[in-house]
Design a protein. Structure first.
Ligand code: ADP
Ligand code: MG
Lengths: 242, 442
């Protein structure tokens, strides 16, 4: 499989705290990657560096734009912001949808900020919501949705611009196990199900088990990698990394 | 106990400096303006002749007008104060502090900020006095001695500002829930009824009828008093109808919005039309008054220019014009202060949301544009709308004055435009608050 995002030996410190201590990583098209590790181990920081929200103190982050590699860490904020709008999608723990907008408007907004007209944005948003089983809830405001529904709206928002990679930071962290399973199904369906990639931070082993690859982190490093073999689900091989 | 915790809170970390400085500056401006106007009023109250009464009544009205934006500002400052302490207040709740203790803390803090601002405002007032002293009334500059207030009066004003801050903090806190999990703005679906519109239309019609009955030659004092009553009545109506009209217009805007900023702006007005109204209602009064009284002045000017008018009548008319301009300027300044503080509170309120919208790739430009729209759009609607209503109420007079004094109408329009510009500048000044919030997350 082709690699679409690559990090090489990235480091990030906050004052005297070393949040990331030299991480290298490739993300392949169509894979789902789970990041696990104790709180404070650098998962969110890694996610933000990969997504171009933050830039590393040293090391490289590169993005494969239709065969041409681009250095994300060297882009200006405006360009990274554009990259996030056009090629990446995000789902956060609390959804963080805009409370005064309807479900449909929340999803459409992601396209509107990119200059797509409102009717066109809403049409595509409608399709995405329907694909996620939210038909009929388009005009509800966020407060009128359940936690699981709100998270699916967030998934629709992340995918409405056909993002190549969706980054999700503990998307099921605030949900019960049944809803969490539903949301995970929706998330995988909207990403790997369409040949897109998913990078997911989670504390939940069952959620992580549904991903094709698992990285465990500690103290700003990747300490273990587990790859499940798609032809033989249930058989995994684990390699330790130092 | 409350005091000790408050002190600890105040010292622990600087939080965001802008969030503390903004209310202080705002209260300082308000206090300085209030004292300056009170000084002017005091000058009138020493007069003992026939028309002195009119001056005294009008100056009292001007002072009363300024209290409304002052109240709005107090509420905004309290909200900002609760927001700014977001984490610490909810931590306190988590540690077992009762809601009452936490509420007391917040009220205490915003009162302290108001007090600090008021003290700075006293200095500002003394800096203003020489300039205010140059303003002519009865064709004579007021002069510094007439304007300087007694120490007890200044102390009362400072205490009054602090008290207003405390009371409006209490009221403002009712809209905020401080739970162990965080500070949230209470979400109550606003209920606005058609009854308001009906009552409103009735009162405006009545006012209209009254204006027609008033004979122009019954004497300037009577006209001034009748105008005052009409003004007060219509104002009350504006307050009743304003939120409702904003909601209708915002709903239409939300449906028609074509850009992200338009949609966000309209939706956030729709979320709480009452709050949007509160923020700009000071301007409703001012711009209503500007047209109303401005037209009155134009008409009176025409009358006093005729043969029967005495010199003191003529002076009174000129002076009403002067007082009007001053009140206009001051009330726009106050609205600008309160809008600025409110927007800063909003950034804290929705900080996480803004940060995450930034992650999604929403440029800060759009966030700022949306924030500014939620204030500027209702402001323009309200300023133009209440000016128009005032124009309708005084139509019998306005038609006349349009011919007599096109210049005075131009002055009014320019003052309103300048006032809107002032609020816009205040909005721009809150940009660093958002920038700082976004930078803190990066
Ligand atoms: N903005 C920041 N300022 C200072 N320290 C931070 C900041 N963000 C993260 N850190 C620190 O970096 C380390 C890694 O944090 P994070 O990536 O959020 O971990 P995780 O998501 O695995 O819990 C932690 O020690 C955290 O305290
Ligand atoms: Mg994290």
């Amino acid at each position: 499989m082709a690699s679409i995002l690559s990090a090489r030996d990235i480091r990030k410190t906050y004052g005297s705290t070393v949040a990331l201590d030299g991480v290298s990583l490739e993300i392949e098209a169509g894979e789902s990657l789970a990041l696990m590790g104790p709180s404070g181990s650098g998962k969110t920081t890694l996610l933000h560096l990969l997504a171009g929200i933050l830039t590393p103190d040293s090391g490289e982050v590169s993005w494969n734009e239709h065969g041409a590699w681009q250095r994300v860490d060297q882009m200006k904020e405006a360009r990274r912001s554009q990259l996030r709008r056009e090629s990446f999608g995000f789902v956060f723990q609390q959804g963080l949808l805009i409370p005064e907008l309807t479900a449909l408007e929340n999803v459409a907004l992601a396209l509107m900020i990119d200059g797509v007209s409102r009717p066109q944005s809403e049409q595509r948003a409608r399709q995405k919501l329907a694909a996620l089983g939210l038909e009929g809830l388009e005009d509800r405001r966020i407060g009128q949705l359940s936690g699981g529904q709100a998270q699916r709206v967030a998934i629709a928002r992340a995918q409405v611009a056909d993002a190549e990679i969706v980054f999700a930071d503990e998307p099921t962290g605030a949900l019960d196990s049944h809803t969490s399973e539903e949301v995970m199904t929706a998330l995988l369906g909207a990403t790997t199900g369409q040949g897109r990639s998913l990078v997911l931070v989670t504390h939940d082993e069952t959620v992580a088990a549904r991903c094709s690859r698992l990285l465990r982190m500690r103290d700003g490093r990747i300490v273990q990698q587990t790859r499940s073999i798609p032809e033989h689900p249930g058989i995994t091989y684990t390699e330790a990394r130092s | 106990m409350t005091l000790r915790v408050a002190w600890l809170l105040a010292r622990a970390g600087t939080g965001s400096r802008a969030a503390a400085v903004l209310p202080i500056v705002a209260f300082a401006v308000v206090t300085a303006l209030l004292l300056a106007v009170a000084g002017g009023a005091q000058a009138f109250w020493s007069w003992r002749d026939q028309t002195a009464g009119v001056y005294q009544v009008l100056s009292a009205i001007a002072l009363a007008l300024l209290v409304v934006p002052l109240l709005a500002l107090g509420g905004s400052a309290a909200r900002l104060s609760a927001r700014r302490r977001d984490d610490r207040l909810s931590t306190l709740r988590l540690l077992g502090a009762t809601p009452a203790t936490v509420a007391r803390l917040t009220v205490l803090e915003s009162t302290a900020l108001a007090l600090a601002g008021a003290v700075v405002g006293v200095i500002g007032y003394f800096a203003l006095v020489p300039a205010v002293a140059l303003i002519p009334f009865r064709a004579e500059a007021l002069g510094i001695p007439a304007l300087v207030l007694a120490p007890w009066a200044i102390a009362t004003a400072v205490a009054g500002v602090a008290a207003v801050a405390a009371v409006s903090a209490l009221i403002g806190l009712r809209q905020v829930v401080i739970s162990p999990l965080g500070v949230r703005t209470r979400q109550n679906a606003p209920r606005l009824r058609w009854v308001r519109v009906v009552v409103g239309a009735g009162v405006i019609a009545l006012a209209l009828a009254l204006t027609n009955i008033v004979q122009i030659d019954v004497g300037i004092t009577v006209i001034a008093i009748v105008l005052g009553c009409l003004f007060g009545g219509t104002l009350a109506v504006l307050n009743l109808v304003g939120p409702f009209v904003l909601r209708l217009l915002a709903g239409r805007q939300a449906r028609r919005a074509r850009t992200a900023a338009q949609l966000l702006g309209a939706r956030s007005v729709l979320e709480s039309p009452k709050a949007a109204w509160r923020q700009v209602s000071g301007v409703a009064m001012t711009s209503f008054m500007a047209v109303f009284a401005g037209t009155g002045v134009a008409v009176l000017n025409a009358i006093s220019g005729s043969e029967g008018a005495t010199a003191s009548d003529r002076a009174l008319v000129t002076d009403i014009g002067t007082g009007l301009t001053i009140t206009l300027v001051i009330s726009f300044l106050m609205v600008a202060c309160s809008a600025g503080v409110n927007q800063a509170a909003d950034v804290f309120d929705r900080g996480d949301l803004y940060v995450n919208l930034g992650y999604l790739g929403m440029p800060r430009r759009i966030m700022d544009a949306a924030r500014e729209r939620t204030v500027m759009w209702p402001l323009v609607v309200v300023a133009v709308g209440s000016a128009a209503i005032a124009a309708i109420v005084v139509l019998p007079l306005a038609g006349y004055s349009l011919i007599v004094a096109p210049l005075s109408l131009l002055t009014i329009a320019l003052s309103i435009a300048a006032g809107i510009g002032l609020v816009w500048v205040a909005m721009r000044l809150t940009r660093p608050v958002l920038t700082a919030r976004l930078a803190a997350a990066a």
